[in-house]
Design a protein around this ligand. Structure first.
Ligand SMILES: N[C@@H](CCC(=O)N[C@@H](CS)C(=O)NCC(=O)O)C(=O)O
Length: 201
């Protein structure tokens, strides 16, 4: 039951999508042979519907398993291919990484796509949580850096003058750390040409 599927992982994704970028960077870093089927956003090509009737992408097919949700896909791949540096070894640090990843999806991503439901007064609290993790983590390959780097890139492409980007820029050490994550080899190699924000498509 716990065997890793023998088939190569297949990723159904829009190459320009930041969530796909997370997964492609991890696969590249781990040197895992995989296939990518390009699914332009909003399209439902044959194959995706069988697995994901809602059409949610990125979507990973690995043996009999199909999963949407990029954070879970990162976890699955890191366990399937024994990524030792996925998380720090200490429990406290590991939980801090997991919390930072949840904050990115709950706060940073809605901000990127123009959801204004996050009260501006709370942003500093969230950014401080991420800054705290950055202070104690080298900007080297791990699930947190692959999770975050694609979003920091898009924030600078799409909302460089927004409240969130400004809140981050007030913290020089965090900016330096985030910039380093975007320069990781696998992040650079799998980075698409600069895309437009989804709301302007
Ligand atoms: N929380 C999801 C978000 C995925 C997501 O928003 N994907 C976009 C494409 S980049 C999407 O599927 N949009 C709906 C659509 O295009 O139909 C994840 O982390 O994988």
């Amino acid at each position: 039951v716990n065997a890793v599927p023998v088939t190569r992982p297949l990723l159904l994704a829009d190459h320009g999508c930041p969530f796909a970028h997370r997964i492609l960077a991890l696969l590249d870093h781990l040197g895992v042979a995989h296939e990518v089927r390009e699914v332009p956003r909003g399209q439902r090509p044959e194959g995706l519907e069988r697995w994901s009737p809602s059409g949610r992408i990125p979507f990973l097919v690995h043996g009999d398993l199909g999963i949407a949700e990029s954070r879970v896909i990162l976890e699955h791949l890191s366990e399937a291919y024994a990524f030792e540096d996925a998380y720090p070894t200490g429990l406290v640090q590991r939980s801090m990484h997991r919390e930072a990843m949840a904050i990115v999806d709950a706060v940073i991503v809605p901000n990127l796509v123009g959801d204004r439901s996050i009260p501006v007064t709370r942003l500093d609290e969230y950014v401080d949580r991420i800054a705290g993790v950055a202070r104690t983590t080298p900007p080297s390959p791990c699930l947190l850096t692959f999770h975050l780097a694609p979003m920091w890139l898009r924030l600078q492409w799409w909302r460089p003058e927004g409240t969130l980007a400004q809140a981050i820029r007030k913290r020089a050490a965090l900016v330096e750390w985030l910039d380093s994550t975007t320069r990781l080899g696998s992040v650079v190699k799998t980075c698409p040409a600069q895309t437009r924000p989804p709301s302007l498509d």
